[in-house]
Design a binder for this molecule. Sequence first.
Ligand SMILES: Cc1cc2nc3c(=O)[nH]c(=O)nc-3n(C[C@H](O)[C@H](O)[C@H](O)COP(=O)(O)OP(=O)(O)OC[C@H]3O[C@@H](n4cnc5c(N)ncnc54)[C@H](O)[C@@H]3O)c2cc1C
Length: 525
Amino acid sequence: MHTVSYDFIVIGAGHNGLACAAYLAKAGAKVLVAERSARVGGGCHTEEVTLPGFKHNICSVVHTHIPTSPVYRDLELEHHGVRYVYPEHPRGTIFPDHKTIVMHREPERTAAELGRFSARDARTFTQLVNDYGEFFEATYLPLMYSPPLPPSAQTAELEKSEEGRTLLQWQVSTPVQLLNELFESEEVKVHFLNRLTVLNIAPDQHGLGWICLFRILLAEAPICVGGSGQLAAGLRSALEANGGAVQTGLGVRQILTRGNRAVGVEFEDGTRAETAKAVITNVEPKKSFLQMVGEESLPDTFATRVKNYHSRGRSLFALHLALSEPPRYRAAADNSSVDISFSQEMFGGSVEEQVRAYHDIAMGSPPRRAMLQVTLPTIFDPSQAPDGKHTAVIWQYAPYNVSPRGPEGWRDLRVEYASYVLDLWRSYAPNITQDKILAMTIQDPTDTVQINDNFINGVEVVGDLSPDQMGFFRPFANWSNYRSPLDGLYMCGGYCHPGGGVHAGAGHNAATVIAEDFALNKWWG
Ligand SMILES: Cc1cc2nc3c(=O)[nH]c(=O)nc-3n(C[C@H](O)[C@H](O)[C@H](O)COP(=O)(O)OP(=O)(O)OC[C@H]3O[C@@H](n4cnc5c(N)ncnc54)[C@H](O)[C@@H]3O)c2cc1C
């Protein structure tokens, strides 16, 4: 049988796989990206799922770090058609009494908004920006685009300054503890807690307080012009411009090994391809290692770690709407900017309620209270819908396993729950009468997994972002450097540091490690 050969084969054309491949191709390597589905991009996925001309973002909507990342610069993504727009108001939290807190890109204006609820909280926010703003820019972002530091090195770095030592304490506290320490207004606390829930981070889990701080400081919501699939198209274009190849509709069934070395792959159609250097997997660990490699070829301790890798967090219940006009919120009477903020978030009125809603989800109960995030990309990028029309995505946070039937439970529940969620939203935006909804598509958590089974249990960050699966421990202690126990097999997905989300950190960092291991021309960084 004829077997083709490449330097590197990347399994999966998620944005991480594409980014990793594009770096290696530009270093002169012969690279193939094999993608099982008919399109590239994984969670960067834009599709007309309601009516012709209405482009809906099926997974990611906002790419917070991409435009300022080394990946955007190095791969010259702007020249490959990837452009971002920045809403002036990144978020607006709406409370049950239709009061609202609307963030602004400028911290001074956000502080003024917080001051409507508490002068002390406004001062605290300003102080945090002064104390940690630069620190955040100078340390957090570079740490995303390099392999994770060992805990001792990270601690030593933080111990050097007063801010760093405070951060060490916040590192072990819960987000709720941090918010209670910093702020007095319940609304301000709820507003910042929302910023965390979108990351699938439990509000009352120890070891996550410091992430809350970074989310407080982060005030950008860049969206990709044309929809998030345009980022994938740009990465593919950058890869192909440098001689790399992508093949869609080509799933990998097996990673071929000889001794302790990965030497190629077998595709689902039974054909094979060899690698002169390495196989790189963008696919989550259980499928990559237990199915594609096979437990018998792995060290016991590694196989155990793969089995224990967990995705227990909550998922998203999504509604995609084609609208004839944008929502006008009742909360606009309190602050009209809420109508033009990137997203509107309705998460109930108190921190306690939010914590309880999270617990409901953990117990398998789709919450019967608002945990809503609504986004209309078309307000900022009209190209995503026909003239004058809009697309909206409504996310309600929900479990994948519905008690007592598990995922099957969604079959009976989805239509009724969609109508519950829609009515809940419309109680905040009464102008959206039925005639304004031109079409609607429901995406329950099982649909998300059907579309891309990289999101185990519908967890969008490709494995829980919990302290035992972050940084030096992601995906596993001793294996957070993108290498695996098999020579010639590397990891590059959101299950690696710096985690899920669209920032291409894992793809970038894996390429860096691989270039060093194979003495390639490392032209970046
Ligand atoms: C509903 C939802 C909303 C989200 N919103 C946001 C957001 O607004 N902002 C944000 O930053 N993030 C968001 N995310 C998360 C983000 O989309 C993911 O974390 C990100 O896509 C992970 O990227 P990745 O490249 O690691 O993997 P993926 O994007 O999952 O790509 C993996 C690829 O591997 C392919 N594959 C799987 N098995 C095989 C095989 N055997 N052979 C070949 N190919 C295979 C898959 O088809 C897929 O294309 C959201 C996710 C979901 C589900």
